[in-house]
Design a protein around this ligand. Sequence first.
Ligand SMILES: NC(=O)c1ccc[n+]([C@@H]2O[C@H](COP(=O)([O-])OP(=O)(O)OC[C@H]3O[C@@H](n4cnc5c(N)ncnc54)[C@H](O)[C@@H]3O)[C@@H](O)[C@H]2O)c1
Length: 457
Amino acid sequence: MNITIFGTGYVGLVTGACLADVGHEVMCVDVDTAKIEGLKRGIVPFYEPGLEPMVKNNLAESRLHFTTDAAAGVAFGELQFIAVGTPQDEDGSADLRDVLAVAGAIGEHMDDYKVVVNKSTVPVGTADRVKAEIAACLARRGVDLPFAVCSNPEFLAEGAALADFTKGARIVIGTDSEHVRERMRECYGPYNRNHDKLLFLDVRAAELTKYAANAMLATKVSFMNEISGLAEQLGVDVEQVRQGIGSDPRIGYHFIYPGCGYGGSCLPKDVRALAKTADRVGCEMQLLHAVEAVNGRQKNLLFRKLLQAFNGDLRGKTIAIWGLSFKPNTDDMREAPSRTLMAALWEAGATVRAFDPQAAAEAARLYGVRDDLALVKSREAAVAGADALVICTEWKQFRAVDFAWLKRQLKHPVVVDGRNLFQPDEVRAAGLRYYAVGRADSLMPFALNGAGQNETG
Ligand SMILES: NC(=O)c1ccc[n+]([C@@H]2O[C@H](COP(=O)([O-])OP(=O)(O)OC[C@H]3O[C@@H](n4cnc5c(N)ncnc54)[C@H](O)[C@@H]3O)[C@@H](O)[C@H]2O)c1
């Protein structure tokens, strides 16, 4: 099939590369000229495991094409995917300007039948708005052309995007048209061989399904974080509780790791946008507001623990941070807990020395050059001579640590672990003060002057 994809971000580029990889002809369109020029040379502008080789292969085999020319994109594909960003608007709702701009371009340039496939995460009713925008353009042009608009929300997770796209649990399509069903079956056929994963829903149900899925995941995270706070107060190790409840198949192990809050480009904005949608129809979603509030509190947890460890004074301290991205295997720092922590540290007069296996360039782009931030090239360089270590992201590079070595690197033996990577006993046996999430011993304050320094906790 000839397929056009508007937007070459995480979703658009993964979709384009994966569809080209199974033999479709794909044209990717973006308004970002620098991005498109790089992609034409096989340069992927963000880190996603496996994506760059896939883009390069399909470029070399001339199945994947890149352009900034919307008219060329509209002319190319029978299927027109919209995969542009839907960032948070000022009031928390989803900003649909880019989605509607693409709809406008399709209406402006189409001259034969098109199936418009909305892959961006959009509020219920957006397919109707896309349809109206295209119809208005066609009316202005004085032409009458048939087209259909369907919803195809994307469920991939950054860091595992290729596997999620190619082997995801389901492919949701919202449409009431038999013809669209048939075209989407053909599009996804190569990824639908093992068993039928295509789930055909009403358009509005498909749109709401995406938000409901992300809201459910965010709820699991915040629920577990709230339990971790209680466990800590009760002197219970929340990691044992996690295993105790995760082993129940009705609950499962996914998304119940206690931690320093969810971030990224999806969960935070989607929870807010869903709450906003609900507000607009007079249906206040109390649970969602609580999920968001708990997450906000949790993102401040690491700073609170550090402050407690240093008796309320972090002025002049150098804090090592391992991990800046909002989760491993991505360089995405949108709404990452590390950003909340760094802002608080700077406010308190501390300096940050950070290592992330992939996100250093993104951090440099976000923060520029500043005296209180050093982006270093290894976990060792981050901790050498630092006052304390905070772990924000569970990259696998951080999971095995020689704690005796770590103790020798730090001026004060303080480790704040936002991801519960270690066995508290092992860390403390090396003489480190270990502050984790929802684990009883992390409450104990650290005495700065002398005595506390070599205690085993
Ligand atoms: N990132 C994820 O993990 C993920 C997962 C599932 C769903 N989503 C949803 O998918 C959508 C895209 O997310 P993303 O992370 O890929 O976004 P992104 O910000 O990484 O990329 C969006 C791209 O769209 C381009 N763009 C903007 N206006 C355009 C236009 N008029 N024509 C062509 N290109 C245009 C931008 O230049 C940018 O390259 C969002 O609605 C998001 O909520 C994202």
